[in-house]
Design a protein around this ligand. Structure first.
Ligand code: FMN
Length: 188
């Protein structure tokens, strides 16, 4: 059996963001999962997207990360909560692709003063429109900037276990949908 391909996707593009440290943590956690997925990372601050003016229903011109999204089986979206939703940079990355997302799985690691879960709930509706199944368990990090040191984001064990539980669900869905796309492709 081939390894499950998991792509970790950041959402913040701010100077001085904490998001990239949380992306690193989520990627390390995924790499250490007993299911041994392959793990790649997309940083919306540095990925090449087509101009917004070229956007069309169903995506638009192929982006610099379209192939990466295409070969993924599952996604971990790492997002802050901005004004009770998720950042526009992540929406832009989502909207620039279409079939690349379809019939795959996602979980969300959100963060904010209260864990950022409003961003997650907004993402669930958007992802459902793209035929992406989101896991029941997600991770909400409260004030993660308080758990940063020189080596990165270092939360308590309980937070690590919450991430592992969400990843466990994600890998099950990712593998299940991988087989379904191969054996029983959806026909509208
Ligand atoms: C435009 C903006 C809106 C924000 N809105 C919220 C919010 O609604 N809820 C919240 O808990 N934190 C909010 N925050 C605080 C963020 O949780 C905090 O700044 C966090 O570090 C942002 O993630 P980043 O550093 O990776 O960009 C907001 C921050 C920004 C920049």
């Amino acid at each position: 059996m081939t390894a499950t391909n998991i792509v970790i996707i950041g959402a913040s593009v701010r100077d001085g963001r904490v998001g990239h440290r949380i992306v690193e943590w989520a990627a390390d956690r995924a790499r250490a999962h007993p299911g041994r997925p392959t793990v790649e990372v997309i940083d919306p601050a540095s990925c090449a997207l087509p101009a917004e003016s070229s956007l069309e229903p169903g995506g638009g011109p192929r982006s610099g990360v379209a192939d990466l999204i295409d070969r993924a089986d599952g996604f971990v979206l790492v997002t802050p909560e901005y004004n009770h939703s998720y950042p526009a940079a992540l929406k832009r990355l989502i909207d620039a692709h279409y079939t690349e997302w379809m019939f795959k799985a996602a979980t969300v690691v959100s963060y904010g003063v209260q864990g950022g879960l409003l961003a997650t709930e907004h993402l669930r509706g958007v992802l459902a429109e793209l035929h992406v199944v989101t896991t029941r368990r997600v991770v909400g990090l409260r004030c993660p900037w308080e758990d940063l040191d020189d080596t990165g984001y270092r939360p308590d064990d309980r937070t690590g276990r919450a991430a592992d539980a969400a990843l466990h669900e994600l890998l099950w869905w990712a593998d299940t949908l991988h087989d379904a796309r191969r054996d029983r492709p959806f026909v509208a």
